[in-house]
Design a protein around this ligand. Structure first.
Ligand code: PBG
Length: 327
């Protein structure tokens, strides 16, 4: 049979995929560097930059090295930074949070309002045992002392100029406790970006080396969410919303995309995704083995998936690549 025409169909899914112009015309997700947040690690007692295994150009930075990195990132269009402060020494001294005040003060003095500085609020880098809470003599979570310490850290960094705080500990009541402390100190306009749906995960590995925050015994499964529990995952974000969180988050992002839309719907708040260290490192590792040829294209693909799933913002170790990617 001599077939000169393809069979007529009432519709085509191919017609609008055939050229970049047509694909761009109907693309349903877009975003710019404005939607991205770049993590930064400032480590007390070091100078220069120390490599973080697996995380590419992300490094543990001394104060002045951090200023240089941030200056370069600002040139690429990054405006939001999530700061992790790591003290030189752990224990009771660290729990005064002077190291965090110094790090925040240094950055805000240099860059003022050209950037928006979020600070991760957690105790795991400061405690000797590496857990995200204060523990009692029997090793159980001491919730009262934990909430006071988290509020104290929040007040310390906001007093030093932080633009927002981001509690990542997963304790009951932390958002309400931090909100009340900030309000009482007159910081009523300081937003809280809560790690509201945060799972216990194997994908935090590279981070724990960077933040020197691996638990010295046990794991975090008695305070982070069980990956099997969808209702708990949604309810945890609802809890933070009810306690006054301004922004919510799912984490690890790539394994939690199914939760972004239901949480947005349940709370009416903007929900972001944290592409965590192990997720980012896995893309880099594939690239390193030649199994992903175009790393930036792969990264952009994951960001679009976050967006397609409804993410309002994305925390990613590759935010500083946005300019090179063409965003
Ligand atoms: C601290 C904290 C962690 C991350 C962000 N804040 C580690 C953890 O909970 O063990 C993980 C970030 C990443 O892996 O990129 N509580």
């Amino acid at each position: 049979m001599n077939r000169t025409t393809t069979p007529a169909t009432p519709w085509s899914r191919l017609r609008l995929r055939q050229s970049p112009h047509l694909r761009d015309l109907v693309a349903e997700t877009t975003f710019t560097a404005a939607n991205l947040i770049q993590p930064i690690f400032i480590v007390g007692g070091i100078t220069g930059a120390e490599t973080i295994p697996g995380l590419g150009d992300n490094a543990r930075l001394g104060g002045h090295a951090a200023l240089e990195v941030i200056a370069r990132d600002l040139e690429t269009g990054v405006r939001h930074f999530l700061l992790f402060c790591v003290p030189a020494e752990k224990g009771p001294g660290a729990l005064r949070f002077d190291y965090a005040k110094r790090a925040v003060g240094l950055i805000k003095e240099q860059f003022g309002n050209t950037l928006n500085l979020w600070v991760d609020i957690c105790l795991c880098s400061a405690t000797n045992h590496g857990h995200c809470a204060m523990l009692d003599a029997r090793g159980r979570i001491d919730l009262g002392n934990t909430l006071d310490a988290l509020a104290a850290m929040s007040l310390a960094v906001v007093g030093a100029g932080a633009d927002g705080v981001s509690p990542s500990d997963m304790m009951d009541g932390r958002t309400a406790h931090i909100r009340a402390a900030l309000d009482a100190a007159g910081h009523t306009n300081t937003p809280i970006m809560s790690y509201s749906t945060k799972f216990a995960s194997q994908f935090y590995g590279p981070f724990r080396g960077a933040a020197d925050s691996a638990p010295q015994f046990g794991d975090r499964r008695h305070y982070q969410i069980d990956v099997r529990s969808r209702r708990d995952a949604i309810a945890s974000s609802v809890r933070c919303a009810n306690e006054g969180a301004d922004l919510l988050m799912v984490k690890p992002g790539m394994t939690s995309i199914d939760l972004i839309a239901p949480i947005t719907e349940a709370t009416g708040l903007s929900v972001g995704a944290y592409q965590v260290s192990g997720e980012y490192a896995s893309l880099l590792a594939l690239h390193g083995q030649g199994l992903i040829t175009d790393f930036d294209a792969a990264l952009l693909e994951t960001w679009h998936v976050f967006r397609r799933a409804g993410a309002a913002y994305i925390i990613t170790y590759g935010a500083r690549r946005a300019w090179a990617i063409g965003l």
